[in-house]
Design a protein around this ligand. Structure first.
Ligand code: HAM
Length: 404
């Protein structure tokens, strides 16, 4: 299906590596995992993400369930987690730093790094006003990219809040109105609904017009300014490099003040920011939040790690399945990584398979070995083999495996 991808065994180690590295960082910094449903009531995203955003207007997988209720496959994680935070009264819990991993769905035009089902790793922190928490979120990203050996540029901006943004939107509208005919069709539509989005339109003509548009920094209120300056101070204290990009706006409506993106080769790998009104907009108390999400597919695509061989030992079973099962059990108890063959195959084809699986050792067993409680241990690297008693197996294997 267009935009939906199978994740095959060839790349799965990269996925495991990425997720394990992220989970290690999260758990070391006191973050707890949260798992929310993939399906939510549509209103969670209409109210959370914003009904004038591209995501809600055109990209959601929305349908009526059997009771006639409108439900949506989550296009992102933040709104659902905010809903869970309210419903489960997590403000009374000690765990307010949360992380998540899972699939998201957007009906977008598939292209490089853009799928209809994709996976995000993200984090959300609730109830912390201090700009240091925004910096912690950035720090998590820089740490992760460092461990993954991926170079990124961090771009940041202050996009204001519902107090100061309306004045700015007005200024933008009167500026862009002069160029209305030259804007792309999408931006002409955005002009009165969501003029901020014109600032990050990828159309060349719109880009040139946007360059001279009024700057949000001349309109932001005292609180937004103070918060943003605080984050910048923290980033400097952490020696984290960043670029201030006044044209950086985000495609989701819930952001207030500090927003950011980590970019590699013109592709945004990770993005996020502060959202101080989201919990209230979804019916909760006045609790602020900040978080990020990264696109796993985009990272897997550039992640350069050597795949490790997944097994040490291949059991070539020549018609003695119960004996093979006993050996499998013994080796598994001893913590060896082992693959056992059960289908009737020639020794030649089994050795070929052992080779393709990059097994270091092949244990060959048939009727003779069963009768004498022995097995043939073949060193796959040297193509040498010897018959040994079963009770010598552990030591023999250690000798071969740890010598290579
Ligand atoms: P977002 O910018 O919509 O933000 O998505 C975050 C990241 O997910 C993007 O930078 C990109 O790497 C990846 N991504 C988005 N759409 C696709 C797609 N169609 N195919 C592949 N990857 C994609 C959010 O989702 C916010 N919830 C982030 C956040 C969390 N803000 C605060 N907390």
């Amino acid at each position: 299906m267009k935009g939906f991808k199978d994740i095959l065994p060839e790349t799965i180690e990269k996925w495991h590596f990425l997720e394990k590295t992220a989970v290690k960082i999260f758990t070391h910094l006191g973050y707890k995992e949260i798992r929310t449903p993939i399906l939510e009531k549509t209103s969670v995203f209409e109210r959370g993400v914003g009904d004038s955003t591209d995501i809600v207007e055109k990209e959601m997988y929305t349908f009526l369930d059997k009771s006639g209720e409108s439900v949506t496959l989550r296009p992102e994680g933040t709104a659902g987690i905010a809903r869970a935070f309210i419903e489960n009264k997590l403000e009374t819990s000690v765990f307010n730093k949360l992380y998540y991993i899972g699939p998201m769905f957007r009906y977008e035009r598939p292209q490089k790094g853009r799928f209809r089902q994709f996976h995000q790793i993200g984090a959300e922190c609730f109830g912390i006003k201090n700009p240091a928490i925004d910096a912690e979120i950035i720090y998590i990203n820089t740490l992760l990219f460092e461990k993954l050996n991926i170079k990124t540029n961090l771009e940041i901006n202050n996009i204001g809040c519902p107090n100061c943004r309306p004045q700015y939107s007005k200024a933008l509208i009167s500026y862009f109105e002069h160029y209305k005919e030259s804007l792309c069709i999408d931006c002409q539509k955005r002009l009165y609904k969501n003029p901020l989005r014109i600032l990050d339109c990828k159309n060349e003509k719109c880009k040139i017009i946007a360059r001279s548009a009024p700057k949000l920094k001349d309109y932001v209120c005292k609180d937004c300014k103070e918060h943003y300056t605080g984050v910048v101070e923290c980033l400097k204290a952490l020696n984290i490099e960043f670029i201030e990009n006044e044209l950086l706006v985000r495609g989701l409506d819930y952001y207030t003040s500090f927003v950011f993106e980590f970019v590699n080769n013109n592709l945004t790998l990770s993005a996020g920011g502060r959202y101080d009104n989201l919990i209230q907009d979804l019916g909760g108390n006045n609790i602020c939040g900040v978080g990020f999400a990264l696109g796993e597919e985009r990272i897997i695509d550039i992640l350069d790690i050597k795949p490790q061989n997944s097994i040490d030992i291949y059991i070539a079973n020549l018609g003695v399945t119960l004996y093979a099962l006993n050996i499998l059990q013994k080796l598994s108890d001893l913590q060896f990584k082992v693959y056992c063959e059960y289908e009737n195959k020639s020794l030649k084809s089994m050795l070929k398979k052992a080779d393709r699986l990059e097994a270091k050792v092949c244990i060959i067993i048939g009727e003779n070995e069963l009768k004498s409680s022995s097995c043939i241990v073949r060193d796959m690297k040297n193509s040498t083999q010897k018959t040994i008693e079963l009770n010598q197996l552990e030591n023999t294997l250690k000798g071969v495996l740890y010598a290579t």
